[in-house]
Design a protein around this ligand. Sequence first.
Ligand SMILES: CC(C)(COP(=O)(O)OP(=O)(O)OC[C@H]1O[C@@H](n2cnc3c(N)ncnc32)[C@H](O)[C@@H]1OP(=O)(O)O)[C@@H](O)C(=O)NCCC(=O)NCCS
Length: 189
Amino acid sequence: MYSGKLVRLRALETSDLENITKFYNTLELRRFLGPPLVRSREYMEEWIEQVAKWDPWKDGHLLMAIEERRIGEFLGIARFEDVRLPHNRAEIGISIYDPSKRGKGYGTDATLVTLWIGFNILGLNSIYLDTMEDNERSIHVYEKIGFKKVGILRETEYIDGSYKGLLIMDILRKEFQEKYPLNSILDFH
Ligand SMILES: CC(C)(COP(=O)(O)OP(=O)(O)OC[C@H]1O[C@@H](n2cnc3c(N)ncnc32)[C@H](O)[C@@H]1OP(=O)(O)O)[C@@H](O)C(=O)NCCC(=O)NCCS
């Protein structure tokens, strides 16, 4: 539904189940995202059904599939959490599931489209995210886009047998709008 230069963000469908389970239960992906507990197919099916019912303003969450714009291939997930009125703030998270699809510009484009939705559809004023303090690729992508480093929650994640810090980054509506004129992100055609 929301097309950027390389990706489209759309509703998550039950037909995405195969692609999600294929990559979700891999340590390679999950070690970036928090405690890597295994999830069954049934669990994921129920989760997709729940996601379909979320109302961001009421439930605080919105989750979308990221697909390759030209061929419609599933690439990963973009999500909003902690959508809070009247503060007009939310957290976002972006994941490109298949490692072979990373480093091709999809994550940057998906983050820009997600921010556009946050500021222009959800009416947010402030968007933040957290990422492992040693996730250099994601930090590079978010800084390039315009996120600012806010600080580190020290030793707050227990991953692979040791504690890691979470870097908090944020971007304000006025900063986004100054850097990206209204018609520069989405392709309406
Ligand atoms: C983080 C993530 C969303 C980025 O998406 P992506 O499609 O791989 O990123 P892009 O191809 O758009 O951009 C990658 C950029 O990082 C740079 N990069 C790659 N590896 C890097 C590293 N180790 N250190 C610093 N920069 C790095 C690339 O050069 C490129 O920068 P450029 O556009 O200035 O040339 C994706 O890699 C991902 O989903 N990773 C696993 C899950 C995850 O970490 N999610 C984020 C949790 S907040």
